[in-house]
Structures are given as C-alpha cells and as structure tokens.
Design a protein around this ligand. Structure first.
Ligand code: ADE
Ligand code: ZN
Length: 349
C-alpha cells in the first residue's frame, strides 16, 4: 500500500458514513436502484445551499445504499482512501434510522459495515470502530430507540460509542438525556453534536444534560471564555471539522475559525472531515488547513495523539495505536513535541 503524506499519521473521530460516499459511488448506486439523484449531484459534486438542504441531500444519497453489500463496499472504499492518505484509525458515525429508511434492517447494516471495516483492516492496516447515532430532528423517542440498538450486546466489539447528529435547532437537549443514559449504562463512549449551529448556551445545557466524553463540533463554545475554561478543565474533547464549518458558512475563512483559540485555551482538539465529499474536503485536507494557519508537524501529531487518547477503544487497542503513531511519527520527523498545544519550538510565523 502506498501512503501519500507530508503530515504525521492521521486519525478520524467524526465522519458520517453516508456522508463519506463519493458522488461517483452514489451515482452508481442510484442507477442500480433507479433513483434520480440529478437534483443533488452536478459536475461530480453534491449540490446544497444551506444546512437544511445539506441534510436533504445527505438523506437522498443515503437512500441509494440498500443492502449489506452496498454498505460493505461503502465502508471499505472510504477506509481504504483514508488509509492511503495516512490514517491509522477511524470512527464512523452510523445511523440505524438511515438504514431503515433504505429498507435495510439495522443489524444487517452493521454486519455489512463490519465486513467493509475488516477488509480495509486486512488490506491497509487501518483500525476502525462504529458510533451509532440518533438523528435529533426525528425526535427523542427515535433517538432512544437508536440508543437501545447501540446498547444491545450483539455488536459490542465494533460498536463502541453512541452519539446524536441531525439538526441541533430541533427540540430541547434535556429530552434526549434518557437515550444517553441507556448508552452510558451499556458502557458506550458518548459524543453529541452541539455548538455547531447553536451558541454557547446550547453547549452548556448539553454538558449538563448529556455528560458526554466528546462534543461533535463545539466550535461555538469559543464565544464564551468561561465555558471554554470549563471544557478544558473537564477534559472534554472537541471533534473539530474546519472544512465542514467553512462550507456551511459558520466562518468565512480559517483566519476567523476558532481552532487556534480553542487550542490556546487548553481545550483538547481533534481534526475531522464530517461529510468529506459534501464539503469538498478530506481528513488530509483538514490537517493541511491546520498547517496553513501555523500548526506545525508536532502540533498536527498532537491532534492525532489526542484523537487516539479519546478514541472509543479498549486499552490494549489504544496502546497499540499509540505505539504505532509514535513509531510512524519518528519516521516522518514529527515526534519532537507531541503535546496538544502550540509547541514553542514548532510555531510557524
Ligand atoms: N449529519 C451529517 N453531518 C452532520 C452535521 N455536520 N451536523 C449535524 N448532523 C449531521
Ligand atoms: Zn457531524
């Protein structure tokens, strides 16, 4: 396997599997099932104009993956490309609600994805786990059902986390707490999308009601200094997706993106791609974006290290991944200062 890299090894904690489908693959699936995707794909790119139309395009693409084999292929294709870009670990957000909408039983959906994950592991050495997500705008009962599915022991070695995605503007976060209680009691790691579209108040309420290990996005916590201090103090990890934030218009450019402010405030931060082809990005491109605003090799290595430290894996796997990370990092000269912060000897400009 050839790995192209001018950056340290990568790790992804925040990528929605249906959102990782390249337009060419989605078009092939659409043709197979006689679905018209022309309203959502143009010039080999996805077409949407705001968060709501993005979610609509996402659902339309997801509806073109219908069988266990389709999902095995999607999982393998995505992880193989990620490994070729230098990733050693990935967590996939998977959605039983999207599987059901495609006529596929959630159990078969997980089986298919597990096959894709295993194939990529064997051929490329990339390790991966799944995080079952509930979809917030489908309501608290649907999210509770997703949590019950995630908590069932059947897929325990590969489904290691529970989360919530969807439209953050929908419903009161407190209504979703029972779903997260079920997942916590089952021993799953917890992450929740918060502070992407809504501001610091939403993040505060999320921390109190859900008690997550990680936040999906959380960027808008940067608008409240004392909240940032609390997040740093509690060691809650933020899954930052800069390309997604720029594409959705949260910030006009990286100079105004809070990535640097978050790191400087002592918040644990990782870099992620969210829905890469929808946002014209990739995990490698996210590391390059970070490099453009001054994060050097050692700081990029620290993002990956933080991701592996925060990964929803057993401790033996975590140790294996950390050992591999440090070995590869020494190989590419990035191992000088692997702490998560702006390394004094590594600051650019
Ligand atoms: N589902 C897929 N991508 C998402 C995002 N960026 N925010 C919320 N829900 C999502
Ligand atoms: Zn997301």
């Amino acid at each position: 396997m050839t790995v192209r890299s001018s950056h340290p090894p990568l790790a992804e904690l925040h990528c929605h599997i249906e959102g990782a489908a390249e337009p060419a693959l989605a078009s092939e699936m659409a043709e197979r099932y006689g679905v018209d995707l022309s309203g959502y794909i143009s010039d080999n790119g996805y077409v949407w104009s705001d968060f709501s139309s993005f979610l609509e395009a996402y659902d339309a693409v997801a509806a073109c993956f219908r069988t266990e084999d389709d999902y095995a292929r999607l999982g393998e294709t995505y992880l193989t490309a990620l490994a070729n870009d230098g990733a050693i670990y990935a967590e996939l957000f998977v959605s039983p609600d999207h599987a059901r909408s495609s006529g596929l039983a959630p159990g078969a959906y997980i089986e298919g994805l597990s096959r894709g994950i295993e194939r990529a592991r064997v051929t490329c050495g990339i390790e991966a786990r799944m995080i079952v997500v509930g979809v917030r705008h489908l309501g608290a009962e649907a999210v509770r059902e997703a949590a019950c599915f995630a908590a069932s022991p059947r897929h325990r070695t590969i489904v290691t986390g529970f989360g919530m995605a969807g439209d953050e503007r929908f419903g009161a976060i407190e209504d979703y707490a029972p779903a997260f209680d079920i997942a916590r009691d089952a021993g799953l790691g917890l992450t929740v999308h918060s502070g992407e579209l809504c501001g610091p108040d939403q993040v505060r309420r999320t921390l109190t009601a859900i008690r997550p290990d990680r936040l999906g996005h959380g960027v808008r916590a940067s608008e409240d200094r004392s909240l940032l201090g609390e997040i740093a103090e509690a060691g809650i990890v933020l899954e930052i997706c800069p390309g997604s934030n720029l594409a959705l218009g949260l910030y006009p450019d990286m100079a105004r993106h809070p990535l640097k402010a978050l790191v400087e405030a002592g918040v644990k931060v990782t870099l992620n791609s969210d829905d890469p082809p929808f946002f014209h990005t990739s995990l490698a491109a996210e590391y390059e974006r970070a490099a453009e605003i001054g994060f050097g090799q050692a700081e990029q290595l620290a993002f990956t290290r933080t991701a592996i430290e925060a990964a929803f894996v057993d401790e033996a796997t975590r140790k294996r991944l950390l050992d591999r990370l440090m070995l590869q990092a020494i190989g590419c000269g990035a191992a000088a200062n692997p702490t998560n912060g702006l390394g004094a000897d590594d600051r650019q400009g």
